[in-house]
Ligand binder design. Structure first.
Ligand code: FES
Length: 291
């Protein structure tokens, strides 16, 4: 375990990889914004869609290796399926990768290189099988499986150790005391000006808008960016009509102020949103599901 972490640390710090990361990031960011990119991130699903999509090629390639080892038929079809299913998985992974921290992107580019090597080896394996060079086809398939394993290890490192794709606001309900609690005097809030405050240990972003007060967890669910430093928009068309929203300053996720819903990714998890009320001039907050 220690060896793997040391290797992962080295990858994260390998600034030389930035020569590849930066131009690739520019290419991936040319993906159409809005619906297509949101779909690739998994906004519709509520968590990244890439780990779901990779199940198909990984499962197909592993099954093909198993059939080859048994000397059974069917590996060729499975490899074809795996190659076809790699396309949407790679697109979704690329969209997520281009909106991460530099350390995650360095590991991510090696993860992508391992997977690209796997795809090349499996394509060569298919070609060899088509030419009836079954032994070579099997050998190339096993080599592809080894590359898939390396890609998978690095993908796990990005997801779990580096928390790429994790919900960075998940801890909020566990840190907030259930029930209503005082936040701050209403008079301390200037209408239309974002403010920072804290509910217990949780930093929050507060906005007074006419007679309403919106309170969201300040740490963006995508990568912990500070929402209070984000841009406010007056009316964005969201699933529930036109709403006021805030855009995260780090990677541009857009959240609806009234309930924290993700309007645009890369975030996929909604932002924790507090219910608010005014009692004797004091803004009080309550987080549904806290505790
Ligand atoms: S931290 Fe990435 S969009 Fe907010």
């Amino acid at each position: 375990m220690g060896v793997r972490i040391r290797l992962s640390d080295r990858l994260e710090r390998a600034a030389g990889l930035d020569r590849v990361v930066e131009p690739l990031q520019q290419v991936v960011r040319k993906l159409p914004p809005g619906g297509v990119r949101d779909a690739l991130h998994g906004v519709w699903l509520g968590h990244p869609v890439h780990p779901v999509l990779v199940q198909v090629p990984v499962g197909a390639f592993m099954s093909a290796g198993f059939l080859d080892a048994l000397g059974a038929d069917g590996a060729t079809s499975l490899i074809g399926l795996g190659l076809a299913a790699s396309v949407p998985a790679a697109l979704a992974g690329s969209a997520d990768w281009a909106e991460q921290h530099e350390q995650q992107m360095r590991t991510g580019v090696v993860h992508a290189a391992a997977n690209s090597a796997a795809i090349g080896l499996y394509a060569a394996s298919l070609l060899a099988r088509a030419r009836r060079r079954t032994g070579l086809g099997k050998a190339l398939g096993y080599a592809g499986l080894a590359a898939v394993a390396v890609g998978g290890l690095l993908g796990g490192d990005i997801s779990y150790r580096q928390a790429g794709g994790a919900n960075h606001a998940e801890e909020t309900p566990h840190l907030v005391t259930p029930g209503w609690q005082d936040l701050m005097p209403l008079a301390d809030l200037r209408p239309g000006e974002p403010a920072k405050a804290a509910v217990g240990e949780v930093p929050v972003f507060v906005l007074r808008d006419a007679d309403q007060v919106f309170v969201l967890a300040n740490k963006c669910s995508h990568m912990s960016g500070p929402l209070a430093d984000g841009e406010l928009s007056d009316s964005v068309l969201t699933g529930g009509g036109e709403d006021r929203c805030v855009t995260c300053p780090w990677h541009g996720s857009v959240f609806r102020l009234r309930d924290g819903a993700v309007v645009h990714g890369p975030a996929t998890a909604d932002q924790p949103a507090f219910a608010t009320r005014i009692e004797a001039g004091i803004v009080q907050v309550c987080l549904p599901g806290a505790g």
